[in-house]
Design a protein around this ligand. Structure first.
Ligand code: 13P
Length: 261
């Protein structure tokens, strides 16, 4: 597999943390600590209310700005929602979609996720589509079935050309915020499965090109072995992305086995 052709991406999902000053300060520290020759992509996803402050700090840098969610409608009576064009106006290039917290706490279905992915693509926002199984699903040997269902749902009615914009994040729910990282072998195994599903849906060239991020308790001290796996193309990081020194270490991972850095 031509894994080293896929540009790695390290994304920080700041969830519902930080006020605007704290977010701007954290973004500034990350910007300052970034290797100027870094070849891969770095993404920060603050809460909606902190997008403007972080955008100002990132202006002129190579760091991308992402939302943590997006509405599927462009405008109208949708209280509390933020549209794709409003996110672009706020400086976003990417939108996290279908995070397990959105699915579980805010009851987002695969159908809703699909509408959001379509809306983001239409507006030229890169969807960072999250999928992943719960502990119960893993323990009852349903991991593959869950991933297949989530992928079929998310990509329904989306052409290969449209799908080429999407980045997929595999985030096993049992590994999120628990300190229980999937082992590199478990993560690699799931990524191979996801890549096979994408081959089934869109064919081999697509499957070889699509970037698959791993998320779930990625830390400064486990990122290297995760990124050394041939089908892990990046990381979606929660807690560890809130500490600039730790997140900078994650960003500057050392995966020599993969010959990427
Ligand atoms: P943690 O890194 O805190 O486990 O969160 C992962 C996550 O949900 C990123 O989207």
């Amino acid at each position: 597999m031509a894994s080293n052709k896929r540009v790695p991406m390290i994304a920080g999902n700041w969830k519902m943390h930080l006020n605007s000053k704290e977010a701007a300060d954290l973004a500034a520290a990350i910007r300052k600590g970034l290797d100027p020759d870094l070849k891969h992509e770095v993404l920060l996803a603050p809460t909606f209310t902190n997008l403007h402050a972080v955008k100002a700090v990132l202006a002129g840098s190579k760091i991308f700005l992402s939302s943590q969610d997006v509405a599927w409608e462009e405008k109208g009576a949708f209280t509390g929602a933020v549209s794709p064009s409003q996110l672009i106006d706020a400086g976003c290039t990417h939108a996290i979609i279908g995070h397990s917290e959105r699915r579980k706490i805010f009851l987002e279905t695969d159908e809703v996720v699909n509408k959001k992915v379509k809306a983001a693509i239409k507006a030229n926002l890169v969807p960072v589509l999250c999928i992943g199984e719960t502990l119960e699903e893993r323990e009852s040997q349903r991991t593959y079935r869950v991933l297949e269902t989530q992928l079929n749902g998310a990509f329904a009615g989306i052409t290969a050309a449209e799908a080429s914009k999407v980045v997929i994040a595999y985030e096993p729910v049992w590994a999120i915020g628990t300190g229980k990282t999937a082992t590199p072998d478990q993560a690699q195994d799931a990524h191979v499965y996801v890549r096979r599903q994408m081959e089934r849906i869109y064919g081999k060239p697509y499957a070889e090109a699509v970037r698959l991020l791993y998320g779930g308790s990625v830390k400064a001290d486990n990122v290297d072995e995760l990124m050394a796996q041939p089908d892990i193309d990046g990381a979606l990081v929660g807690g560890e992305s809130l500490k600039s020194d730790k997140f900078l270490r994650v960003i500057h991972f050392q995966a020599v086995l993969k010959g990427r850095v």
